[in-house]
Every structure is written in structure tokens, then in C-alpha cells.
Ligand binder design. Structure first.
Ligand code: E4P
Length: 217
């Protein structure tokens, strides 16, 4: 499973990228706003750091305007994936950009039917939002499972990009189901390293090492 990092914060992207943890980046208008930077400028900088797909989201609602924005975003770098919302206008934009050879990430997916439409429109990525479904007591992981089954039934090439990841458990659960990619905030990726027994075991080893005066360098 590929790891995308869900942020527009350059330092955090660099830190995880240096560790080989970043196969791509996703942003959205809220994350760009949080960075306080110009969308074109910060996206260009991210693309210069990460070689995998970098999702940059349109802000228009009508298909013609989305297309103009998508084409402008795609000019930033070869690894841009234009992110469009799962609306009829977004699907239309997806089809046109895909036909032009541009990667498209269809976002704000909350149902298997929506994922089916995105695949038919040729999306490179579909982004089902697990956390936001969990927030309203609908099982987000079940949606990932349903999309996996549907895409496998018919051999759709669209990559399942599990998004709105809130916990480290979401990452391993998505990997078990067979999501192609998970996009998560840096703190969630880092939290995957945590285990109480690791902390406990390490404390015991350190205490014994101190007692025995073990020195290596
Ligand atoms: C990624 O593409 C999405 O924009 C992001 O994962 C949304 O996450 P949130 O629901 O935590 O805002």
C-alpha cells in the first residue's frame, strides 16, 4: 500500500519524504488555507520535493471553470493529480482531463455508487473519506471494502485512495482490505510507530543496560 501525506506543510513533507514514507501528497483548499501560502507556489514546491503524485484541488463548481483550473494546476509539474469533487461537473472534468493524459483524483466520495461513476469517468484515484463517515456513525472501512469488491469484479484501474484517515488503526485496516493508497496527516503516520509494549520493553532494556554499564561507542 502506498502512503500519501495529507498536508501542505513543507517541513513535514520533507521529514517524512527523507525517511522514504512518502509516495505522494494530497492537499485540499482547507490544507492550503492552513499553510497560509499561495496555492500555485506551495504546490510547485511540494512537486519539487516529492516525485509521486501531488493532488491539487480545483475550487470552481462549474465544469468549464473546473477544467480551466485543472489545466492550470496540471501545468505546475508532471506529477500533479488534479483533484475534483464527486459532482456531475467534477466527473465531466475528470473525463476530459483523463482523456488529455492528466492524472485525476476524484474527492469527497461517500458511496460505492459514486466510486463506480468515478471509475467509469477514468479517474486515476478515487478518495473515499473514512473519517467523515465514521463521524456520522457510518462505517468508513466498509465503504473501502465495497469499492475494492466492485473495482476487482470488473477490473477497474482506478486506485482506491483511502482519505480522511484519523487513526493509525485506519492505516492497517485499509492495508488489510486492499486500499491502493492511504493519505494521512503526518501525526497519524508517525503514530503508527507507537506501541505501549515497545515503550515498556525499551524502558526495561535501558534500565538493565544502565545497571550493567553497557557501553557501545
Ligand atoms: C484528502 O484527500 C482529503 O482531503 C483529506 O483526507 C480529508 O481529511 P479530513 O476529513 O480529516 O479533513
Amino acid at each position: 500500500m502506498k502512503f500519501f501525506v495529507d498536508t501542505a506543510e513543507i517541513d513535514q513533507i520533507k521529514e517524512l519524504n527523507d525517511l522514504g514514507m512518502v509516495d505522494g501528497v494530497t492537499t485540499n483548499p482547507s490544507l492550503i488555507a492552513k499553510s497560509g501560502r499561495d496555492i500555485l507556489e506551495v504546490t510547485k514546491e511540494i512537486c519539487s520535493i516529492v516525485s509521486g503524485p501531488v493532488s491539487a484541488e480545483v475550487v470552481a463548481l462549474e465544469a468549464d471553470d473546473m477544467l480551466a483550473e485543472g489545466r492550470k494546476l496540471a501545468k505546475i509539474a508532471d506529477n500533479i493529480a488534479v483533484k475534483v469533487p464527486l459532482t456531475w461537473a467534477g466527473l465531466k472534468t475528470c473525463k476530459t482531463l483523463t482523456d488529455d493524459g492528466i492524472m485525476v483524483n476524484v474527492t469527497l466520495c461517500f458511496s460505492a455508487n459514486q466510486a463506480l461513476l468515478a471509475a467509469k469517468a477514468g479517474a486515476t484515484f478515487i478518495s473515499p473519506f473514512i473519517g467523515r463517515l465514521d463521524d456520522i456513525n457510518i462505517d468508513g472501512l466498509e465503504l473501502i471494502e465495497d469499492i475494492r469488491t466492485i473495482y476487482d469484479n470488473y477490473g477497474f484501474g482506478t486506485n482506491i485512495l483511502a482519505a480522511s484517515i484519523r487513526t493509525a488503526n485506519h492505516m492497517s485496516d485499509c492495508a488489510k482490505i486492499g486500499a491502493d493508497v492511504c493519505t494521512a496527516p503526518p501525526n497519524v503516520i508517525k503514530a503508527m510507530a507507537n506501541h505501549i509494549l515497545t515503550d515498556k520493553g525499551l524502558a526495561a532494556f535501558m534500565a538493565d543496560a544502565k545497571k550493567a554499564g553497557i557501553k557501545i561507542v
